[in-house]
Every structure is written in structure tokens, then in C-alpha cells.
Design a protein around this ligand. Sequence first.
Ligand SMILES: Nc1nc2c(c(=O)[nH]1)N[C@H]1C(S)=C(S)[C@@H](COP(=O)(O)O)O[C@H]1N2
Ligand SMILES: [Mo]
Length: 325
Amino acid sequence: MLIRKPADIVPSEITSETVYRSRRQWMARAGAMAAAAGMGVAGLSSREAWAADDAQGAPLPGRANPDYAVMDKQTSFKDITTYNNYYEFGLDKSDPAEYAHKLVTRPWTVSVEGAVARPRTFGIDELLKLAPMEERIYRLRCVEAWSMVIPWVGYSLSSLLKQVEPTGNAKFVEFVTVVQRDNMPGVRSRVLDWPYVEALRLDEAMHPLTMLVFGLYGRVLPNQNGAPLRLAVPWKYGFKSAKSLVAIRLVEKRPTSSWMNSAPQEYGFYANVNPEVSHPRWSQATERRIGEGGFFAPKRKTEMFNGYGSQVASLYTGLDLRANY
Ligand SMILES: Nc1nc2c(c(=O)[nH]1)N[C@H]1C(S)=C(S)[C@@H](COP(=O)(O)O)O[C@H]1N2
Ligand SMILES: [Mo]
């Protein structure tokens, strides 16, 4: 098959391909939902299918990117959207799914600022059109020793960063997330300082694996997963993947993240997944895959860099990964 370069594809073709894929994926998922409900595909009337569609969010298709797709079984939509960490909505895994409907996700802007030649505030609709949407299947490994496999929809963060032209002084990238005091019951607690802030080294932020995410399972992100946009940095512990971003700052000095601030001996700047370096209170050698057979299921061995070593290990040549946890 002849595969054309993106430059050879005219925008009208991209639009029709997107619509086609959207429809095809939507039909596949409507089929899956009907099957899950014990009906045939034909058993789901279009009215019911569209109602289910509403309940799960609008379609947001992405072109499958096989270079960034792990082969592990994907975690179910239900588990991905009901077992969450989003402390602004509470500390229990079920709190985000229960309370995040209060999050106001429109209008939404993201200010990209600091050591850049062209600082700019982007509206969410601009960001949705900034680069072609891709579907990438990533592992997410939480520092709490559980993991999931999630089909994200979005594009490389580098596509956005290139637009603002980082200057020579840009060494780190700080990510600031939203605080909506009246809508977020968790921000009354002082477990963390709000807003939740995370950061990466510039080369980590520019790595193609580092993803700006707008959707999952072919739909716009549910609020509890970080709507309307969040990070996915698959070789690091999940807490680096900040949700509901409002500002991205390019800076010269290494920022202190919320987690470093709250417990510096437990959470370092790098937070690369590393089975050989224990958290002070538990081992990181194994993990529980959410949805896999409950309490008695055998644990999986955690992989160095969460299995992404061939792509990212070179970022850390010469760095002591025990000291730089
Ligand atoms: N703003 C914000 N982002 C956040 C968190 C949070 O509490 N607040 N939790 C982090 C942690 S600890 C993890 S494991 C992932 C979980 O993402 P998920 O709920 O979509 O699986 O989000 C990360 N991003
Ligand atoms: Mo986490």
C-alpha cells in the first residue's frame, strides 16, 4: 500500500477521514456497548445509542499511532473513569467520578509563557486543532503500585511548545492546573498546596512520547480524568501527568512540584518508574493491573521506565537514578 506523506494530503481529505473514522469508531463502540448490555448491535436503537453516547462524552477520534501503542490488554472505560486520583475532588479513588461533574471546562484557556519568544494564550478550541489527533495506547503506572492501560487521544506536547519558540533560557517546563474553589471539595484539605503543580526538564517535555491529552477511548476526556486537557508522561509515575492544565511556563530554574513540596523524601523531581528504587514506605518492584482479577491476582513485575526504556533511557545517561528519584 502506498502511504502518502502528510504534506500530500489536502485538508479536505483529513476532515473526511476524521469524520469517517469518527463514525466507524462510534459504530464499533456502540456495538461494544450493545454487546456489553447483552443486546445484538441491532438491539441498540439509534436513540439509545446516542443517549449512551451523551453519557460517555462526545466523540473525539484520533488516528491510531502504532509506534506508540503497547500491546497489553486495555483497561476498561469503566475502570479508567471510576478509579481515579484527582485530589482536588477528594482522596478516595471514587471521589473524582462522584464530584468532577462540577468542574467547569468551558470557556478554557491555557497560557504558555515564560522563556519563550512568542508567549500566547490558547483557547481550548485552538488547541483541539493545533495538531492532528492521535490515539496512543500508553501504560500509566501510579506511584501507589497499580497500573492501567489507556487509549489516549491527543498529540505530542512538543507540537505546542514549538509554537511559542522556547528561548535559550528555557531549561524546565512547569505545568499549573486549575483551582475552582467552589467546585472542588478536595481543595479545602491541605494534603497538597494548590494549584497542583508539576514540572519536567525541557528535553523530557519535548520528547515525542510526552503527550497533551484531550480524550480517551475515542471520546473527550471525562472530567475526572483531567478535562479538558492533561499530560500523559508514560515512563514516569502517574503524578507527573497533571490534569486540567491552565498554564505552561518555560523557566530557567527547576520548579518544585506540589508532591516534592509536601513530601520531598518520598517524591523527587524525576519520578521515573524504577522497580529498583523503593518508595520509603513500600516496594516499587511489582504492580497490580487494575481490572485484573482482584486481590488474589498475581502482581506484575514493574519494568524500568515503565517499559519505555528503549525510547527514554538516553535522556538520563550519566544520571544517578537512585539519588535522582
Ligand atoms: N491536577 C491533578 N492532576 C493529577 C492528580 C491530581 O490529584 N491532581 N493525580 C495524579 C496521579 S497521582 C495519577 S496516578 C494520575 C491519575 O490519572 P487517571 O485518574 O486519569 O488515571 O493523575 C495525576 N494527575
Ligand atoms: Mo498516582
